[in-house]
Design a protein around this ligand. Structure first.
Ligand SMILES: C[S@@+](CC[C@H](N)C(=O)[O-])C[C@H]1O[C@@H](n2cnc3c(N)ncnc32)[C@H](O)[C@@H]1O
Length: 283
């Protein structure tokens, strides 16, 4: 037996010795998850005794981390805009920059009074965008697609977890999407150019699905056809938004000027100061 504090310290030093600079924080996350406590309250339990079986479970999580697994896949969830979404190898781990995309979309939806609209997401992954939008706008009707059945299964589990109703469709881009017009279309499709994969961390490449990351030589393999077809599905006073690779602001603009004539194309930066999003807004 040992105290909770001793267990955390032991787990943290195993991680830190192996170069995981956030070892202490990760050890706390693992133990909080095992004890079903939130990380903030763990310190209040520091003097409690931890039984051997629980300690072994903690060290199993540490071993997985030392093997390179992302924290979200080890604990099985990822926070997104305050909700805990199930996360595993079936889909990309939802990212903070995608939270920023959703936050901006929420403002636009309110500005354009689309709270009760028909929304479409292409490439939903674990479902963060579609599910957050449904949480914010329960009066909206949301359809979310992905080419990956695995991702859709996980997204459906997350919809159940968040108790929201979203229609999921397996589809290669717009292929199986009903031919109708939507008030809002959003996509965070794969956008890493093949030759830039060398700059993506090994942890991502080894663990997260490549179908969610790589997007051909120019990184536009999915975004280009998406933008070419979007006009057919977007209402003339509807809005759209995408996330993209930070050097793609110009090509995204060039394509959208042709495919969404009359729309304002607003390229926006992420918090790190990189071009990251394009919003397509009716003039
Ligand atoms: C970058 S991930 C984003 C997932 C999710 N939207 C998010 O923000 O976390 C891209 C998603 O697009 C899906 N995808 C890849 N190719 C696709 C295609 N041709 N049609 C539809 N979805 C596709 C992948 O399976 C993956 O789930």
């Amino acid at each position: 037996m040992r105290t909770v504090e001793e267990a955390v310290k032991q787990a943290a030093s195993r991680l830190e010795d192996a170069g995981y600079i956030h070892g202490a924080r990760e050890a706390e996350i693992f133990l909080s998850e095992i004890l079903k406590a939130d990380t903030g309250s763990l310190v209040g339990k520091y003097d409690d005794q931890l039984d051997d079986a629980t300690f072994d479970t903690l060290m199993e999580a540490v071993a997985k981390r030392l093997n390179g697994a992302p924290v979200a896949y080890i604990v099985g969830d990822q926070a997104f805009m305050g909700w805990k979404l199930k996360s595993d190898e079936r889909a990309l781990i939802p990212r903070p920059e995608t939270e920023q995309l959703v936050e901006q979309l929420i403002h636009e939806i309110k500005d354009y009074k689309l709270e009760h609209g028909d929304f479409l997401e292409i490439g939903t992954g674990a479902g963060p965008i579609a599910l957050a939008l449904k949480k914010y706008f329960p009066g909206a009707t949301i359809t979310a697609t992905d080419i990956s059945e695995d991702a859709l299964d996980l997204a459906a589990e997350n919809a159940k977890k968040l108790k929201v109703d979203v229609e999921f469709i397996q589809s290669d881009l717009f292929e199986n999407v009903p031919e109708k017009k939507y008030d809002l279309i959003v996509a965070n499709l794969p956008y890493v150019p093949t030759q830039k994969l060398a700059f993506v961390s090994e942890q991502i490449l080894d663990w997260e699905p490549m179908i969610a990351i790589e997007a051909g030589e120019d990184g536009m393999l999915y975004i280009k056809p998406f933008l070419e077809q979007i006009g057919k599905y977007l209402k003339k006073d509807g809005i759209a938004a995408i996330e993209f690779w930070h050097t793609h602001g110009d090509p995204v603009k060039d394509i959208a000027e042709k495919t969404l004539p009359g729309y304002e194309i607003d390229v926006r930066k992420d918090l790190a100061g990189f071009d990251r999003y394009a919003f397509f807004l009716p003039n």
